[in-house]
Design a protein around this ligand. Structure first.
Ligand SMILES: [Zn+2]
Length: 198
């Protein structure tokens, strides 16, 4: 009897050996498959998390960014409002008109300047108007950059941007409609960011 059982055990061992000889990969694959599945799950989960973080940061960043720009505009226009309420109202309408009728947003870079500030600018670049001679000193001029409302890859329109881009923005036409003079038309000094009440 014992002899028979030993024989059976031996036979089982042989069967197992044969089986694992022919199917070792199957077992290996099963174990690895689980590991791979776990890894894929982890990667998907991490990607999902990263996407959520990226998306939230973009939304928050965009919000903070536009808030900063808007605050600067308010600060700049408030300076004009104090010295020249009439021109404040005109520039305010001009900016609103740009933002409703073009694909651009306005970023006011300069508004009212004191005589000292103008003198400093003149020192930096002699093409700038003499102190007291600039419309900025009277609160009758603003300098502005344009940035795209939606298509962020388009880039900003700044002082260094070509005349053609400024003209294509539609902003110059709006300026003329509001009776404003554009610095891009100045004969001596190309100053496309500048808009003034003549
Ligand atoms: Zn200017």
């Amino acid at each position: 009897m014992i002899e028979f059982m030993t024989k059976r055990k031996n036979a089982l061992v042989v069967v197992k050996m044969v089986f694992f000889y022919f199917f070792p990969k199957k077992d290996y694959f099963c174990k690895n498959n689980q590991a791979i599945q776990l890894m894929i799950k982890r990667i998907l989960y991490q990607t999902f998390l990263l996407l959520i973080i990226f998306f939230s940061l973009t939304v928050i960043g965009k919000f903070l960014y536009s808030e900063t720009l808007l605050q600067q505009n308010e600060r700049m226009l408030a300076e004009i409002q104090t010295v020249n309420p009439t021109s404040f109202a005109r520039f305010d309408k001009f900016i609103q008109d740009i933002e409703t009728h073009t694909k651009w947003r306005v970023y006011v870079t300069s508004s009212f300047r004191t005589a000292e500030e103008q003198a400093e600018l003149r020192q930096d670049d002699p093409r700038n108007a003499r102190s007291g001679k600039s419309k900025h000193n009277l609160g009758r001029a603003i300098d502005l950059n344009l940035y795209p409302a939606q298509q962020v890859w388009k880039g900003w329109l700044r002082k260094s941007s070509p005349k053609k881009s400024w003209e294509q923005s539609g902003v110059i036409e709006i300026a003329h409609k509001h009776g404003l003079k554009w610095g891009g038309h100045f004969k001596t000094y190309y100053d496309p960011v500048h808009f003034e009440i003549p």
